[in-house]
Design a protein. Structure first.
Length: 509
């Protein structure tokens, strides 16, 4: 037999069982294709980092003796589609078997599956050996339930995988979740740890990508690309995070500051999502740091919950809701994204910071994505499918299985509350509590109406007012409705007028 094996751009795991032995009859293919650069407008760093990391893996596997076929974006015989290239290679190598690892995106899963049904050689999908759970484990757990509580899933994961457990049933410390300890603002102390990531000069590759006509946005940072591009770098970065930032991770998990864009976050999502790192090793290192007395239980649990809990959970939500999840629009929101989503040029300091940082670094941390950008998008009634495409393009870690449930479900409540128990919205008060953005802002965080009023305030009340029918019965948002009930009709009319003016002038906010 002669086997052709496909490695997708987010399957850069050199530890996969495929690579344990060198087989003369097997050829591995990696391909840079327009199909993958063009399905949405991507951040420059995302395209550059994925291609550079693919090239790095190909080189390492070649050095280990494997037979590699690499199709570069500008190769003359690159047909720019996965399946067209596969067909050509099957012919070229006279392959008698085709194998691929389970894709994490519905789109690719379908494309390869449908193509395989018509193939005249065996077409075999194998496990990618990355996640803790199978695609359907989450949906099996929640069958028949209206709400899919992450916390319920997470506790099961802790037990099943013996993570931070006292014994087979009791969590370490007697508590499952230390979230309430993890909500401090950051005022500059302790200082942000040094950025120890390796810088790479990939300006030649970047020129190749541009010359090939690939469109993108954001700063490519081609001369100092900072993302881990292979497993060795990712492991070093993981160790540096555990040593320098994990102890503070919990405290400042939700904090935001103009003085720092990384704070105490791990910046591991890219390395995890392209599978250079396995979630088990990340969780194990964090737990070991706690057991060695290096980090508190609250910090360690807070970090582990993101990976063992949220990351696996959103993936399960994704597979349970595809296809069709991207079209969900519970509130019927249809406004276009304002132009400043693409250049950061808004006078709202919080949004200007979060978006400018995203354009510079292809990264924003969770609370910036959720409580600044997503919060505004939901309050302003932006179309969730458009919001989804923006998130899918801009972040270095944006792969649809992770991005879509976070955007459409958690942040835009467009699935009507399957994933989130309430819409994540706030007025200026929350943003001011968790950040130093409001101090330098042209708008006044305290004002609700008038030219200087912070747009979040009127939009917040207008959002609840216009969605009374859909939301008033939700017990988790009773507070907002009790406050609305106390307002007189004239006050409410004022908010509505203010919100209307702002939305009409959204491009100039
Ligand atoms: P840390 O704060 O250090 O967290 C550690 C790890 O936990 C992350 O690397 C990530 O693997 C995991 N994690 C944390 N939160 C989540 C979550 N909600 N869902 C899944 N994994 C999580 N994450 C992505 O990986 N890809 C996305 O496309 C993505 N899109 C998002 C869109 C929106 C609207 C929101 C609100 C969140 C999104 N997230 C996404 C989740 C989260 O914001 C990022 O995982 C995180 O900011 C990555 O930075 P970090 O590695 O420094 O994370
Ligand atoms: Fe954002 Fe409003 Fe604060 Fe300005 S005042 S930074 S717009 S929350």
């Amino acid at each position: 037999h002669r086997t052709l094996r496909l490695i997708l751009g987010d399957q850069l795991n050199p530890q996969h069982r495929w690579f344990r032995e060198v087989d003369e009859a097997t050829t591995y293919v990696l391909m840079e294709v327009r199909q993958e650069t063009d399905y949405v407008l991507h951040h420059a760093q995302k395209i550059l980092a994925i291609f550079a990391a693919m090239r790095d893996l190909a080189q390492q596997l070649r050095e280990a003796g494997h037979h590699m076929h690499y199709i570069a974006i500008n190769d003359p015989d690159n047909l720019q589609s996965l399946t067209a290239n596969i067909d050509a290679l099957i012919g070229q190598y006279q392959a008698t078997v085709f194998e691929y690892q389970a894709p994490d995106e519905w789109r690719l899963d379908q494309q390869l599956y449908q193509h395989g049904r018509r193939a005249n050689i065996p077409w075999i999908m194998v496990d990618s050996e990355h996640f803790y759970t199978t695609r359907n484990e989450v949906s099996d757990l929640f069958t028949g339930r209206k709400q899919w509580l992450m916390e319920f899933f997470y506790r099961q994961m802790r037990v099943t995988h013996h993570v931070l457990m006292e014994d087979t049933k009791k969590p370490l410390g007697g508590q499952w979740n230390y979230d309430h300890d993890n909500r401090k603002p950051w005022r500059g102390d302790p200082p942000e740890p040094r950025d120890t990531r390796t810088l790479h000069d990939h300006s030649d590759l970047w020129q190749t990508i541009v010359d090939a006509g690939v469109k993108s946005f954001g700063n490519p940072q081609a001369r100092q690309l900072a993302w881990s591009l292979n497993r060795q770098e990712a492991l070093r970065h993981l160790d540096a995070f555990i040593d320098n930032a994990l102890p503070q991770f919990g405290d400042f998990q939700d904090a935001m500051s103009v003085k720092s864009w990384r704070l105490f976050h791990s910046l591991l999502s890219f390395a995890l999502n392209v599978k250079m790192l396995n979630p088990r090793e990340v969780v194990a290192k964090a737990e070991a740091a706690y057991r060695a007395g290096h980090a508190s239980l609250a910090a360690t649990e807070g970090f582990i919950r993101q990976i063992l809990g949220w990351r696996e959970y959103v993936r399960g939500v994704y597979w349970a809701n595809m296809p069709g999840y991207a079209e969900k629009n519970f509130f019927g929101h249809n406004h276009q994204l304002p132009g400043w989503f693409w250049n950061g040029e808004t006078r709202m300091n919080c949004l200007s910071h979060a978006i400018t940082q995203s354009l510079e670094h292809a990264h924003a941390h969770h609370i910036q994505r959720l409580m600044v950008i997503g919060n505004f998008a939901l309050l302003a009634g932006l179309n969730p499918a458009e919001v989804h495409r923006w998130y899918l393009g801009i972040y270095i870690d944006a792969f649809e299985w992770a991005e879509l449930p976070n955007t459409v479900g958690m942040s835009q409540f467009a699935d009507g509350g399957l994933l989130a128990t309430k819409p994540y919205v706030s007025s200026a008060a929350y943003i001011d509590r968790m950040s130093d953005y409001c101090k330098g802002c042209r708008y006044d965080k305290k004002l609700r109406v008038g030219e200087n009023a912070c747009p979040f305030n009127a939009l917040y009340w207008d959002f609840f007012q216009r969605n009374t029918d859909a939301l008033a019965k939700n017990p988790r948002i009773g507070m907002a409705y009790r406050q609305l009930e106390k307002m007189d009709a004239a006050t409410i009319a004022e908010f509505q007028k203010q919100a209307k003016i702002m939305l009409e002038n959204i491009d100039k906010l």
